[in-house]
Every structure is written in structure tokens, then in C-alpha cells.
Design a protein. Structure first.
Length: 90
């Protein structure tokens, strides 16, 4: 898919996030620093896994993912997406 009008695309994306009750977070050096520490402690994490985990930990969020690698991370709560349709119950 090609985005022909970036301003319109990001405006629509922002509206969609708002409608879903979500918000985008600005990049932060503290996220990257925390991610580097997580990769050192948990070698099985990829760069992106560590960054997603770092943001979740820094912001106090749960992470929604099928990836069980997040279960290894102390203090991080992973929610399996398959449980969401049943109200969070397995």
C-alpha cells in the first residue's frame, strides 16, 4: 500500500486511535535505555521485543502479544490476544 497523502493518512490514523481509546507515545531515550538493559538481561529478546517491553514497563502497561518471550520479563504482564474475546478469561 502506498500512502499518497501523509498528512491525511496520519490524521486518519490519529482519529482511529482516538476512537479506539488509544494514543501514540512520543519516542524517548529512556525507552531505548531500558530496552538495552532488557536485551542484556534477557538475550532471547529481539530489538523490537525489548523496545515494546521497555515502553510497557516504563508506562505501566500490559502487553498484548502471542509471543511468550514476554513471560520471561520480570514485572511485565502479557495478555494473550486469544483471551480478549472472552473478556480476559482463558
Amino acid at each position: 500500500m502506498e500512502v499518497r497523502d501523509e498528512k491525511r493518512f496520519f490524521s486518519a490514523l490519529g482519529n482511529l486511535l482516538e476512537l479506539a481509546g488509544l494514543r501514540a507515545l512520543a519516542p524517548s531515550a529512556r525507552y531505548h535505555a531500558r530496552a538495552a538493559g532488557l536485551r542484556a538481561r534477557y538475550p532471547s529478546l529481539t530489538f523490537f521485543d525489548s523496545l515494546h517491553a521497555a515502553v510497557s514497563l516504563e508506562e505501566g502497561f500490559r502487553i498484548v502479544s502471542y509471543d511468550e518471550v514476554y513471560d520471561e520479563i520480570e514485572g511485565l504482564v502479557r495478555v494473550d490476544p486469544r483471551t480478549l474475546s472472552s473478556g480476559g478469561k482463558t
